[in-house]
Design a protein around this ligand. Structure first.
Ligand SMILES: CCCCC/C=C\C/C=C\C/C=C\C=C\C(=O)SCCNC(=O)CCNC(=O)[C@H](O)C(C)(C)COP(=O)(O)OP(=O)(O)OC[C@H]1O[C@@H](n2cnc3c(N)ncnc32)[C@H](O)[C@@H]1OP(=O)(O)O
Ligand SMILES: Cc1cc2nc3c(=O)[nH]c(=O)nc-3n(C[C@H](O)[C@H](O)[C@H](O)COP(=O)(O)OP(=O)(O)OC[C@H]3O[C@@H](n4cnc5c(N)ncnc54)[C@H](O)[C@@H]3O)c2cc1C
Length: 647
């Protein structure tokens, strides 16, 4: 029934103030009001409708994306969502987020602009940023190649300095050096920040960023020497196919010398390479920025899936009917709770860890401005590790939510297949998750090895300073409630991470060649890195379900014994019972509109069955009662069978 809240009985059970929790989730009252206003604005605008997108072909889908991006930009300007002509302001960022359709603009604002801001000189910023802010040029981030993505130092594209003309010659020497994947490149971008090996007088100075114009600003045709196109359909139907991930090759394309991004190092008119007194890793700065954004984004994607699965689990009933009464809500099954509630808790935990990471990132940025590079390794390890941890958990969590919704979760109208398809590449882009965990492992091993030299570990590795104590530690948990004390949980996680790191460091020391040891022990190193990253995010329910999931680690490292493991599980069951009456209210606190959720199963009013039934009839296959192709392919078969039957 329209207008009836089928979930009201669930909402009445809540033991906390949902409106207050909405503010906690949003970050502040101001943020809440902003999100609320912008999400409603998007939901009520017919251009931003998205319920029809699963049935669109690639070309229509792409054109629809262009239309939405252009309309979003128009709205930003009309509503003066940002003071300047810039879409970097929170309002404009939120508008793009609620439009919920990946587009070239994500890369323009999310990578092209930050690359120039972070790696361009003041002069370069003054020249390029106003053009980019007004979208008079549209840029992308062209780093990955057909042959190399993870190994940035292995990129093959060259930028050779020509002192005669004061230019760089950008060239793709091999097929594998073709740029491959950059979003927005395939059909839209007029410019790119291209990463290429700097060659001066035959000497290779490694990978640097260059601003290169790709297409004419008049007719949008590729400039001479440039070959460009889309790399083809990707996983899922609509999902990430709204994006024109592209291929690009250069045939001796010339650009002026001042288009090398020169904040970190410079090439003079005479062809002299000058490296500023800053770490070369600052060339990777844009990736650090985006990894931090991706962590913040993980809680959004996971919370959407959890919201759908929680509301639907309260609506869906199976078994347990007595004397013709109602069947049991599937959310009341302990198995459903043990799969769903840790994800609900994870969404909240990732929301808070995202805030913390933003603080860390802001802090390191301020320090870099003051030429203090001391916290850069910690910022790199935290952004890389948490990007890996949160995206893996979110991608797995979305898929689990699909299963939690049974068969109906497999329908596109549940919103879950598309959410998964659009999200899962987050485990790969901005750094493959395993490659990133290996970076964390290097940081941890280095930290352990420096302890003997008296180096005091700082930041998230500070617990290693108590190594002796952590190596002696054995949990003193005696009853299930002991697991409710944050310190008890935290110490167990610290001891587990410390012991796994120390074990890796000890095993590494047995190798005469450390690099060989690192390769050989990579799987253990990744597990130690995961343990360290989990330590960063632990909080009550979440921590206990993780402890239960990784019980083997905790027991094998001697941090807890099997009895204490069972007590943790007992406590977990108690906590699920406490979460149960609050579950629907906890997902209401995300304040998502039905437009943004894009899911019949997750509708706010819980009116699932009539709407699912209605939606089915909208499928293009139901446009005709007898399908196209009946006469050619089905009727002859039927007639054939009839003839055979008569024989
Ligand atoms: C709308 C706004 C955006 C919103 C965001 C939301 C969603 C995103 C949406 C869509 C995504 C779309 C786009 C995706 C884009 C891309 O994918 S761009 C391409 C990204 N590519 C990668 O991430 C490549 C991964 N590889 C690397 O980062 C490096 O090659 C790797 C770190 C693996 C190795 O580098 P290498 O130079 O070979 O280093 P070493 O292992 O030898 O390390 C040398 C030292 O440098 C330190 N280090 C490495 N990286 C960094 C860094 N980024 N910052 C600081 N320091 C770094 C490393 O720790 C070593 O230090 P020590 O020498 O040990 O002290
Ligand atoms: C949707 C999407 C959008 C993207 N957008 C952009 C963009 O805008 N701009 C851009 O430049 N790039 C972009 N990329 C590329 C992306 O950054 C790379 O795909 C990513 O960095 C992974 O690199 P790769 O593809 O080379 O994977 P590979 O490194 O080839 O990974 C293959 C396998 O090898 C393993 N592996 C690799 N190295 C190691 C190692 N040292 N030790 C152990 N295992 C290892 C990995 O774990 C993985 O299992 C995008 C990719 C996707 C999927």
């Amino acid at each position: 029934m329209e207008g009836v809240d089928h979930l009201a009985f669930e909402r009445n059970k809540a033991q906390f103030d949902v409106d207050e929790m909405k503010i906690v989730w949003a970050g502040s009252r101001e943020d809440f009001e902003l999100s609320d206003r912008i999400s409603r604005l998007v939901a009520s605008d017919p251009v931003f409708r998205k319920d029809d997108r699963a049935a669109l072909g690639r070309k229509e889908l792409f054109k629809n994306t262009l239309r939405k991006a252009a309309h979003a930009w128009k709205r930003v300007i009309e509503l003066r969502l940002s003071g300047e002509f810039s879409a970097l302001e929170p309002e404009a960022y939120k508008l793009r987020a609620f439009v919920d359709q990946p587009a070239f603009t994500d890369l323009h604002w999310g990578m092209f602009v930050p690359a120039i801001q972070g790696q361009g000189t003041d002069e370069q910023q003054q020249k390029w940023l106003p053009l980019a802010y007004r979208m008079q040029i549209i840029g992308c981030y062209a780093q990955t190649e057909l042959g190399h993505g993870s190994n940035v130092q292995g990129l093959e594209t060259t930028a050779t300095f020509d002192p005669k003309t004061d230019e760089f010659v950008i060239h793709s020497p091999t097929l594998t050096s073709s740029k491959w994947w950059p979003g927005g490149l395939g059909k839209v971008s007029t410019h790119a920040v291209v990463y290429a090996r700097l060659i001066i007088d035959g000497q290779d100075y490694g990978v640097h960023g260059f601003i290169v114009q790709l297409r004419s600003l008049d007719d949008h045709l590729p400039l001479p020497g440039i070959t460009i196109g889309d790399i083809g359909m990707k996983f899922g139907n609509a999902a990430y196919n709204t994006m024109d991930n592209g291929v690009l090759t250069f045939d001796h394309v010339r650009i002026p010398r001042n288009q090398m991004l020169m904040r970190v190092s410079q090439v003079t008119r005479e062809g002299k390479y000058v490296h500023s007194n800053v770490p070369r890793q600052l060339v990777y700065g844009t990736m650090v920025y985006v990894r931090q954004k991706i962590v913040a984004d993980a809680s959004v994607a996971l919370s959407r899936a959890v919201c759908i699965a929680t509301r639907y689990s309260a609506v869906r009933r199976q078994f347990g009917s007595h004397n013709g009464g109602l069947e049991t809500q599937v959310i009341d099954y302990k198995t459903q709770q043990s799969r769903l509630f840790p994800l609900l808790a994870s969404a909240y935990a990732f929301r808070f860890v995202g805030e913390w990471l933003l603080w860390l990132y802001t802090d390191v940025t301020e320090r870099l401005k003051a030429k203090d590079f001391s916290t850069l390794p910690e910022a790199h390890a935290c952004t890389a590790g948490l990007k890996s941890l949160t995206t893996t958990a979110t991608a797995d969590g979305i898929e689990e939510c699909r299963k939690l919704c049974g068969g109906h979760g497999y329908l596109c109208s549940s919103g879950l297949p598309e959410l998964f398809a659009v999200y899962v590449p987050a485990c790969t882009y901005e750094g493959d998750n395993i490659v990133l965990l290996l970076q964390v492992a290097r940081h941890l091993v280095k930290t352990v090895s420096q302890l003997s030299t008296g180096n005091k570990p700082v930041g998230t590795t500070a617990y290693m300073a108590r190594l002796e104590q952590l190596l002696q530690y054995h949990s003193d948990v005696k009853k299930a409630e002991d697991w409710l004390k944050p310190n008890v949980v935290l110490e167990a996680f610290e001891a587990r991470a410390a012991r796994m790191c120390v074990a890796c460091a000890q095993n590494l020391s047995k190798f005469s060649n450390p690099e060989e040891g690192f390769q050989e022990l990579a799987a253990d190193l990744v597990e130690a890195a995961v343990a360290h990253c989990q330590l960063i995010v632990v909080s009550n329910v979440y921590a206990l379900s993780l402890l239960h999931k990784h019980l083997g680690d905790f027991i094998s490292t001697g941090c807890i014994d099997p009895k204490q493991g069972s007590l943790a599980n007992e406590q977990l069951r108690n906590l699920y019972s406490q979460v149960r009456p609050n579950a629907v209210a906890l997902v209401d606190a995300y304040n998502y509109t039905d437009h943004y959720l894009g899911s019949i199963l997750g509708r706010y009013d819980g009116n699932v069955y009539p709407k699912l039934y209605e939606e089915a009839w909208k499928d293009p296959l139901n446009d005709s009662i007898v399908p196209d192709g009946f006469k050619e392919y089905i009727q002859p078969l039927l007639k054939q069978q009839l003839r055979n039957a008569r024989l």
